[in-house]
Design a protein around this ligand. Structure first.
Ligand code: GUE
Length: 287
């Protein structure tokens, strides 16, 4: 038996079709959504992600603004780039690409972003609103995971989801989304301190692997028929390697591969957040 493939690229294309139409409507009303990116340094992974985000923008008609700083940029230079985007009316939403070089403070950078321009949904105000159950800009990768599962009719209501990894971009926030009444899942969050990872994964109807450890999830750990979403990615000598061992395809009912799974959806929901911010601006203007 081999698992069905949760196809992130196909699903991304569907989202782009919808966004393209919404962007056209905004432009007719005189608002062009604009995505800004702040990239510090020349890490090849980050360079390639940022490039991908700007080429996605071109596909759906969103303007894009790049601010690239050298690896030795000072906190003042970073603050200036953030303040410029906060003040720029052409930028309706933006991100500071993570990770930042070690000498810069990521939390300080995230907090400096105007919450209404936070395209990542990682500003403390937006994360706090999510905890409180208020409308907020949602983190892109968790949104992508949930959209992909729903797209392939994988039942979330009552499902047991085991999340592996406690990072701020996925592991921490995805539990907040999945345990809302609208998703109604039960979530176990595992990390490097988890005593028996295999047992926690084995009980899951859905496994979300976001640890960044190559092939951490092996077939013996997976309940037959479970859905496995591979979010973690590592750059190895052999190329990009996900957290899920390829033999898991023989046991699982559905697998979201990496690459080709959640990554394209992270980018799609980044654009969706930018479009939604611009739509909110339009509603304010007309309200
Ligand atoms: N402020 C911030 N926001 C982020 O959303 C953010 C970030 N920092 N830092 C790094 C991570 C990583 N991330 C990815 C986005 C797209 C792919 C993606 O599209 N991957 C393709 C392959 C692309 C390739 O080959 O490089 C795929 O999975 O098929 C992967 C990873 C966003 N991140």
């Amino acid at each position: 038996m081999t698992a069905i493939r949760l196809d992130g690229k196909l699903t991304r294309d569907e989202i782009f079709t919808d966004l393209h139409a919404r962007v056209a409507r905004l432009r007719e009303a005189g608002i062009t959504p604009g995505l800004g990116t702040v990239l510090v340094g020349d890490d090849p992974g980050s360079q390639s992600y940022v490039k991908g985000k700007h080429s996605d923008c071109a596909k759906v008609g969103i303007a894009s603004i790049r601010k690239d700083l050298p690896a030795d940029a000072t906190a003042e230079q970073l603050n200036t780039a953030i303040d410029d985007l906060n003040a720029d009316p052409a930028c309706t939403g933006y991100i500071v690409q993570l990770p930042l070089p070690k000498h810069l403070d990521e939390n300080a950078a995230l907090e400096r972003i105007l919450p209404e321009k936070d395209a990542d949904g990682l500003h403390p105000i937006n994360l706090g609103r999510l905890v409180l159950g208020k409308d907020s800009t949602l983190p892109c990768t968790p949104r992508g995971v949930i959209h992909l599962l729903r797209r392939y009719d994988i039942e979330l209501n009552g499902a047991h989801v085991t999340v592996v990894g406690r990072g701020v971009t996925i592991g921490r926030p995805i539990g907040l989304l999945l345990t809302r009444r609208s998703e109604n899942a039960t979530v176990t969050l595992c990390h490097t301190g988890t005593r028996d990872l295999a047992a926690e994964v084995k009980r899951a109807d859905i496994v979300v692997a976001a640890a960044g450890v190559p092939h951490l999830i092996t077939p013996d750990m997976v309940k037959p028929g479970a859905a496995v979403v591979d979010v973690g990615v590592s750059r190895t000598d052999a190329g990009l390697t996900g957290d899920v061992h390829p033999d898991v395809w023989e046991v699982a009912g559905a697998v979201s591969p990496n690459p080709g799974g959640v990554g394209p959806l992270t980018r799609a929901f980044l654009l969706a957040n930018v479009v939604e911010r611009a739509e909110a601006q339009l509603a304010d203007r007309e309200g």
